[in-house]
Design a protein around this ligand. Structure first.
Ligand code: AMP
Ligand code: MG
Length: 362
């Protein structure tokens, strides 16, 4: 494992410098790949000059490294680690305070399904150290006394964690970091860019040719994609049980998205949740939160709050696409017949092909 990490790190150093390509008068591309936030991050930005594209991408790289230093739960120097090891209150940066406030809000809206205090649970299952194990019931019961977003007290930039609570922002940090990077690219004159943080995609503008980006959604257990969404100026963020998991001594597979109600990997009928939204931090929190909520409650959440679109994949390999993205979603041939639309009416969930045909017929 360590050797693999070393190879990846070496590769990232080699790839970390932006490279540019220009094709006579067309937008110039700057590309960067690096390892950050526990994953491979790639940034491709387009501008009219290579200098503009390169300098924007360099600033974007520095921003990711800066935010990783604030939010990593495994870096002992981070603000999150400072909070996790402190018994009293800690002054944090305004970015961290703002993210914690938003995380608390998302925890409230999802009824605690998204919970930034899952750290001790994630750790007990071995997901932070790769020392995987199935914690005994009494250990989980003890830990559950220390979780819950109400244990995060915030007053301006001062944060205090009650009852030994500890934070893991793994379910939201990449989305928030992507927002920051997209903002920096925009502020530096970039009108078209794609940022990929380990499969979480942030889009600045449309493609350089003016067409929407076509973003593939991974087929959870296949090798390819289950479909494409044609979108721009937004984020496409997926959570899935296939992303990180291990096989226990009992032969069962345990994955990394924990249901804060039980302290165990969520098993509510979904295998992947994609959220399409303007803000990455919202999409990231909801990809994790709706995965925990399961199919029915996820659809109800979309009906109640809106402000995002979703593609859900169920245990039975059924695809459910929320109404607002149905037109922009193309299911892979294999899945086309199993794709349905989630509408505002809980009793009406037509086949995607019938829904599109009915819309075309007016
Ligand atoms: P994501 O890939 O965005 O779904 O994030 C998964 C990561 O978020 C896990 O690896 C944990 O670090 C953390 N996490 C696990 N369960 C939860 C949960 N219920 N709420 C918030 N974060 C979680
Ligand atoms: Mg997430």
């Amino acid at each position: 494992m360590r050797m693999f990490q070393a190879v990846v790190m070496a590769l990232s150093v080699a790839l970390c410098f932006p490279s540019c390509k220009g094709k006579g008068g067309e937008a110039v591309e700057a590309v960067s790949e690096m390892v950050a936030m526990g994953t491979v991050v790639s940034i491709t930005a387009y501008a009219s000059s290579s200098g503009e594209a390169e300098s924007a991408v360099s600033l974007a790289e520095m921003e990711i490294q800066r935010l990783e230093k604030l939010w990593s739960a495994t870096d002992s120097e981070s603000e999150i680690s400072a909070l996790n090891s402190s018994l009293g209150s800690v002054n944090v940066s305004s970015e961290t305070a703002e993210l914690l406030l938003f995380a608390k809000e998302m925890a409230g809206k999802t009824g605690g399904a998204f919970d930034p205090t899952v750290y001790p649970l994630v750790n007990a299952w071995g997901f932070l150290t790769y020392q995987y194990r199935i914690p005994p019931d009494d250990e989980i019961a003890d830990i559950l006394l220390r979780t819950g977003s109400e244990k995060i007290l915030l007053a301006g930039n001062t944060v205090m964690l009650l009852s030994g609570a500890q934070l893991d922002l793994g379910g939201i940090a990449k989305g928030a970091a992507g927002d920051s990077v997209a903002k920096i690219l925009r502020e530096n004159g970039i009108g078209s860019a794609i940022i990929n943080l380990g499969g979480n995609v942030h889009l600045v503008g449309a493609r350089p040719d003016g067409h929407p980006w076509r973003i593939g959604i991974r087929d959870p257990y296949g090798r390819g994609i289950l479909g494409l969404v044609a979108v721009q100026d937004c984020t496409v963020i997926t959570s899935g049980d296939y992303e990180r998991n291990f096989q226990g001594e009992d032969g069962r597979v345990y994955h990394h998205i924990i249901d804060p109600a039980t302290g165990r990997p969520a098993e509510n009928g979904l295998i992947s949740v994609t959220i399409i939204a303007e803000e990455g931090r919202l999409a990231d929190a909801l990809s994790t939160g709706l995965f925990v909520l399961g199919k029915e409650k996820a659809a109800d959440f979309w009906r109640e709050y809106g402000g995002f679109e979703t593609v859900l994949v169920t245990f039975e390999n059924e695809i459910l696409v929320s109404e607002g993205i149905a037109d922009a979603f193309t299911a892979d041939f294999e899945y086309a017949a199993a794709a349905r639309v989630i509408t505002k009416d809980p009793d009406y969930s037509p086949l995607l092909e019938d829904f599109i045909a009915a819309e075309a017929a007016g």
